[in-house]
Design a protein around this ligand. Sequence first.
Ligand SMILES: [Zn+2]
Length: 288
Amino acid sequence: MAIVSATEMVNKALEGHYAIPAFNTNNLEWTKCILTAVEETKTPVMIQTSEGAAKYMGGYKLVVDMVNDLIDSMGITVPVALHLDHGTFEGAKKCIEVGYSSVMFDGSHFGIEENIEKSKEIIALAHSKGVSVECEVGGIGGVEDGVASAGELADPAECKLIADLGVDFLAAGIGNIHGKYPADWAGLNFDRLAEIKAAIGGKPMVLHGGSGIPFEQTKKAVGLGVSKININTELQLVFAAATRKYIEDGKDLEGKGYDPRKLLKPGSDAIIAKAKELCEAFEAAGKA
Ligand SMILES: [Zn+2]
């Protein structure tokens, strides 16, 4: 089975009160580990790349080919969507052209008028090719933006304007943050989440910055209409920790421990274990 649009899997998640895990990938190992985890747990999945990660791997076309070839060679049976995370206007168009099955257009840094105009154009182009679309309203906080303890909150009225364009799922700030959460983080704002959901009706919502949010908070968010949760940092942290341990234990100096297939194995195993844990936590395991 080749990659599929994410519309059906995310809508099913909304109906079934669970969330599709959307894991960012960085390379071949990452992609194989995510696919291994979701196949073993029978989880529908979105594999996503930032524009930077796709460039790092050799370009959008290479990512499309890699994911489709791995689905084939690994005998993957669960639905897999390949999604562009935080796409620019040009990046989203390019991904639609070369075969991504889902794209995010992030116009949140534009004024709402320009965000609407550009979102409208991407939605029309994507839907003409059977590609699902995520758009964003308001920013998502992040330490790199100088926001430390609280993420941004989107305006429900602006969320409705974008939802009404026919977007498939909507990202909106509800106090979530990209990267590691600070110790004094204020938590998700469930009142704002409920207000946005009431404004946008039946549209599924996306929770960005899903790494490290306590499971009781993600569970409550899913109950309020979040149907896709983005995970990037959490897999990076477990990979780095396991790789660090391998080197610090001197394993790369024993026998052929320097072989990249051996060197990357502990980190890869850690990604698989963490991804499986998240599939279970989001209650998406067994839904494929
Ligand atoms: Zn994000």
